[in-house]
Design a binder for this molecule. Structure first.
Ligand code: MOS
Length: 696
């Protein structure tokens, strides 16, 4: 942006904040459709693979207040072409534990849930196949990874270079299945008016959901409206349609009333996707000065039998460090598990745990400061695509972070600092995440008094996007925020992709900037710079990726410095302080950006120390499927976190110069914690989470 801009960069309060804290912002569950709402509850499969052999709804149907029981025998037929687990109740086959096998619609949620317990289901079941291992003979190479990344990459003679390396590391790292736990569960309220469907929904982008409803119910796009201006948190599970939206719409059609379905917390562990577990073998070869000669990153992960989801785990290894010989591979096992999905920095998050742990191990072998090791391997160009960087300031993030954290003079030796019963250590890791943008459309109208309405189907999932977009719009229109009303979260608004891949603000913001330029040009050329009495409306479109994306490699960067304390009596791990410095281009809202980056880092601490879904390989279920046993970091787990960013912008990425901040904060964070844990204890934990028992 130019020096004329006054709002981009400012720490403006959230425009939706007052309504949210007063409880007047209506979320999906809180809509008033003007008629009594019916409630939905589901029966879920207790086996992972097999076929329903018996399903008797009669006792449930007889309960007072039950409006309908939907089963594969009587549920409306959905259109062909639905992917993954969206053809709900269309077959007697069971593909994963937790699959919906029946649904009850009742006057209250209590009646619906009670009726669920009155439905007896029997199965012809086969034993569950849920154990991931690099030794499985059925591992396969997917054709492509998520987001279109190539499955493998190979440059040079990796094995030869590893064999010849003076110093090397060969280690295997494991990350567990993780589940989505936003505060607001997935919620859908469906209402039919004739053949038109309205869905109030908790999602990361209404347009994403419309397409599946169109396919499933055989409608035209104009017959479906998805509305979701307020969303209580989302990390990827709300990006795509899941069985809940299909069920709410089916049930509303059957009972002829508005139906709401809010998942229970336990159902979040089977119906809306998860992060795949990973097993990653990292091999690094280096010369005595610590210059990498070879990098090999081989990933094994799982997907579901009914849907391929190929997480791009080793992709950060393709860009982060220089090395002449390099290889990344991804292999999948198809298991009897629910379909995995994206979760905050899918790929980069588990992949960076492995890469940045291995870099720390290499620094130890070399007796080299781990910050210095990273700086020595800074590539001048993208090492695999052989392209210049749009902007890359990883080294400055490392140097600035080291300074702010007080890294200088750190004793390289592990296990030598104690304070009382606490073992104390510090660790570092890099962060990186791709910078992209996607197609988006926008409409801007101005009335005779100079009041603007900006319409775009963007999504604020709790990030502050609504506010940041209003700042961008006000600057682009040359006005103040009070003169701009921004409308988002409704599929009737001009098309925009969902909040995901850290592309939201770049895509929607750029569409707004382009449309605002058009509007101002028309005002200048045709109306003497003043809005005409009757107003003016302009439609604009951002075609998609930056034209420079083919010629430049675009990424955000960061560096995390972490102090870890480990109680040598109990094994308890604390993170009392951390420093993160980011190169994320232009920061649009200093206040909400800090919260985003802090949230990402906190989720990384949560990954390092707490989160992990335990699979019972005998019975095939996730044992700890609620917040009592699946631990998510709370305020008490997060110490003093110093968040800052470099004063940079990336004009090749988009005219705002931003790189996206939704995901960069979590990448590398878990490795920084694990590296500090090693420094505190001498114990290298290569399988997350680092629970207290691993100390003993
Ligand atoms: Mo994010 S996993 O792209 O919602």
């Amino acid at each position: 942006m130019t020096t004329m801009d006054r709002l981009v960069g400012a720490g403006v309060d959230r425009i939706d904040g007052p309504a949210k804290v007063r409880g007047t912002a209506p979320y999906a569950y809180e809509q008033d459709p003007g008629e009594p709402i019916a409630h939905l509850a589901v029966v879920q499969s207790t086996v992972n693979r097999g076929r329903i052999s018996r399903l008797d709804p009669s006792r449930a149907e007889a309960l007072p207040g039950v409006l309908a029981v939907l089963t594969p025998a009587n549920a409306p037929r959905l259109g062909k072409g639905l992917a993954s687990d969206l053809p709900v109740l269309q077959s007697l086959d069971v593909h994963y534990q937790g699959q919906v096998v029946a649904a009850v619609v009742a006057e209250t949620s209590e009646i619906a849930k009670a009726a669920v317990g009155a439905i007896a289901v029997g199965y012809d079941a086969e034993p569950p196949d849920v154990a991931l291992s690099p030794d499985r003979e059925d591992l396969y190479a997917p054709e492509k990874l998520m987001a279109g990344f190539a499955t493998d990459s190979i440059i040079g003679d990796v094995d030869g270079a590893l064999a010849a390396a003076v110093v090397s590391i060969d280690a295997t790292y494991e990350t567990p299945t993780q589940h989505h736990n936003p505060i607001e569960m997935h919620t859908s309220m469906a209402r039919w008016d004739g053949d038109s469907l309205t869905l109030w929904d908790a999602d990361q982008g209404p347009h994403n959901i419309v397409n599946d409803l169109v396919t499933g119910f055989g409608l035209d796009a104009g017959q479906v409206r998805v509305i979701s201006p307020y969303v209580g948190g989302a990390f990827g599970s709300k990006a795509f349609t899941h069985p809940n939206q299909m069920l709410a719409a089916m049930a509303a059609r059957v009972v002829g009333r508005t139906v709401v379905y809010e998942l229970t917390r336990q159902q979040m562990f089977s119906l809306v996707g998860h992060r795949t577990p990973t097993i990653q073998r990292l091999r690094l070869g280096a010369d005595p000065e610590g210059r990498l000669t070879a990098i090999s990153h081989e990933v094994v992960e799982h997907t579901a039998r009914i849907a391929e989801f190929a997480e791009q785990t080793a992709t950060p290894t393709r860009v982060l460090y220089a090395a002449p010989h390099r290889r990344t591979t991804h292999r999948l096992a198809r298991l009897d598990v629910p379909p995995p999905t994206i979760m905050r920095a899918p790929g980069e998050t588990p992949g960076m745990f492995a890469l940045e742990s291995a870099m720390d191990e290499l620094a130890v072998v070399l007796g080299l400061d781990p910050v210095e090791l990273r700086i020595r391997n800074e590539p001048e160009r993208d090492p695999e695509r052989d392209l210049p960087w749009s902007t890359r300031n990883l080294v400055e993030c490392l140097r600035t972070g080291a300074e702010r954290f007080g890294w200088a003079g750190r004793d390289l030796r592990p296990g030598v600092r104690t304070e009382g019963r606490w073992l104390v250590g510090t660790g570092v890791a890099s962060a990186t995440y791709p910078t992209r943008r996607r197609k988006a459309q926008c409409r801007i109208s101005v009335d005779g008094a100079g009041r603007y309405v900006v319409e775009i189907d963007g999504s604020d999932i709790g990030t502050g996007a609504w506010t940041a977009l209003t700042q961008i719009a006000a600057d682009a229109l040359g006005t103040d925020m009070a003169s701009v009303e921004l409308r988002i979260g409704d599929s009737r608004l001009p098309f925009a992709g969902g909040a995901g891949g850290s592309t939201g603000l770049a895509s929607w913001g750029t569409a707004i900037v382009f449309t605002a330029r058009d509007l101002r040009k028309q005002l200048d050329e045709q109306h003497g710079g003043q809005p005409p009495a009757g107003g003016l409306s302009v439609d604009g479109e951002l075609p998609g990726e930056s034209p420079h994306a083919k010629t430049h490699s675009m990424h955000a960067y960061g560096a995390h410095f972490v102090e870890v304390r480990v109680d040598r009596d109990s094994g308890e791990v604390r993170v009392p302080r951390a420093t993160s410095v980011y190169d994320a281009g232009t920061i649009v809202n200093a206040k909400t950006a800090r919260s985003q980056l802090l949230g990402g880092f906190s989720m990384g601490v949560s990954m390092a120390l707490h989160e992990g879904s335990v699979t019972d390989e005998r019975y095939g279920h996730y044992v700890n499927h609620d917040l009592a046993e699946y631990h998510v970091a709370t305020n008490a787990d997060i110490g003093e976190i110093d968040i800052s960013w470099l004063d940079v912008d990336d004009q090749l990425a988009n005219p705002i110069g931003l790189k996206g901040i939704g995901e960069i904060g979590i990448t590398g964070a878990a490795a920084a914690v694990a590296n500090a844990y090693w420094h505190a204890t001498r114990l290298r934990i290569r399988d997350l989470p680092i629970t207290p028992d691993k100390y003993f």
